[in-house]
Design a protein around this ligand. Sequence first.
Ligand SMILES: [Zn+2]
Length: 287
Amino acid sequence: MEWSREFANWRARCRRFAEEWAFHRDMAISEFESLGMSHREARRLARRRLGARFNYRRAALRELQSDCRTLLQLLPLHRMKKSPLLLPTVIAVTIGLMLAFNPLRLQVIQSMQGLVPFVPHRGFERLIPLTPRGVVPTGFAAVTLWSFWLIAMARLAAAPRLRAHFRVWAFGGAILVLLMAFGGVFWATALQVLLVNRWAHEGAQGSAIIAFLFGYVGWAFAALRFWYHDLESRCPVCLRRFGMPEVRGSVNDVLIAPLETETICLHGHGLNVESIWGPVFAPDPSA
Ligand SMILES: [Zn+2]
């Protein structure tokens, strides 16, 4: 198993420090002994010359990549965070939970028809209180979600480094469909709650609906940005997130040493450099 092999490597790197330390200590002891000192005296002087083992251990383990941070990165949990399956699973589970806790879930699912263009769907008779209950007007959500679908596709097609990879298209498309499904279910559930009864203050209900419409468009903007940045932060070969970021350069330099962040695919498919000029992925020729 990959994990156990990497853990064994980590243990081996840990032992390397212990071995090197023992080597230098023994060398120092034998040097003092060759000057005619007793073993005990030589040990004492060697300890004084080398200093405390503890002082070196931490820096050395970090240098050898065998410290606790590296161990944490080896854990399956940490790997899961980079896995391409995590994001679709989280969105799908959220949609499932929203439907599971909604007693009118069947009507939410039926309302989803309204989001599919050119498909006839059941209309509502009255908006407040919603009649029949659960038949949600979806026109606003359909316009918002499909506009953002168009913008997302245009952005994907306009980015050469994303455009070139079929897997990025497939993954980006799947996430987009899931986000739209989430947007649809979220819309229908929220409107069911907002419109189910007439509120005592009609003004308050109207303001709440308008605030929800603005909030919904804001959410769609945020989801689109998140979707695009998520695609950019993934290896186009295996779709895992890049890791081990290294920042270099200076924020004041533009041409000679601009501020850039280098990340790598932990499965060795290449490295990604992000700077003010945008991200550039350089595939590893040996991969
Ligand atoms: Zn990769």
